[in-house]
Design a protein around this ligand. Sequence first.
Ligand code: A2P
Length: 337
Amino acid sequence: MLKKKEKYIVAVVGATGAVGNEMVSILEERNFPVGQLRLFASERSKGSTINFHGKPVSVEVLKDDVFEGIDIALFSAGGQRSLDFAPAAAKAGSVVIDNSSAWRMDPSVPLVVPEVNSHDLMWHKGIIANPNCSTIQMVLPLKPIHDAAKIKRIVVTTFQSVSGTGMKAMNELHEQCTAFLNFREITPKVYPHQIAFNCLPHIDSFLDNGYTKEEMKMVNETRKIMGDQSIKVTATTVRVPVFKCHSESVNIETEKKLTANEVRAILSSKAGIVVYDAPQKNIYPLPIYVAGKDETYVGRIREDESVENGINMWIVADNLRKGAALNAVQIAEKLIE
Ligand code: A2P
């Protein structure tokens, strides 16, 4: 458990990556009480620095024995690093907030979106999991609807940006767009196909049931965070040529009838959610405008006329912020509250 202090020694593991970088900026933006910031990455980043509150902080090489004295360790260096190093960090007394999928479904590890289930932070044993980016932005608006009308089934299709894959994928989209517009040949490296001017119905690896791991993360993590195993969830996850922000088309069926206006009213009163929904004025959430924002934007709220109690909506959030780094820092804020 974290001891109350005025300032904390905070580590960011994977600090040179897309999410790690965002973690450092968000700790600074939100004035998290950092006494000392320690940054870790691979041997490749040895000698590099990242600015924090105007001062350069050196990036250190991640090793088993670096965690002594660290209060909070934010991990975003890939699942293998989390499996290899999070237990050592927890053993050394750090509270790990892990952005990878490595620990999410472990029954001894809470999986937390602070606005939804901060009560689960009470039972952590040194490792807390940050949910999958697409799941965070979906459960945030769905939980208050579930509380009001009990969700029976969720059908979701995602349109996920390349930053979810990391820095290399952002560079690849940039390079492929330039190559395409200059009639140069494109050789995909990060994804199995060209991502520029394309959509890939394939995120993470395929499982025997025909779904991808990303799709099953949405199914299993949603139930764990919402604390209700009875909710039926089916997902199709698609990578699109967008740099930042995931968008989602979400269809829900509820036990109790809710009108579109009632859904708008429920969501408008909730922290972290912006209802942005006036389609007659072309107002609906768009990735280019939601990028850099902390809130999850919801629009196109309408009744599904094909079933008795159904609602459709369009949800957009910045996957590097609420979908990853911001949620992790908000967990840290709850821990020290
Ligand atoms: P590095 O930049 O030194 O490779 P992204 O998800 O944007 O690709 O970022 C991945 C992050 O995880 C980077 O900070 C990367 O560091 C870090 N990382 C990858 N492999 C290791 C490793 N073996 N040990 C420590 N950090 C690693």
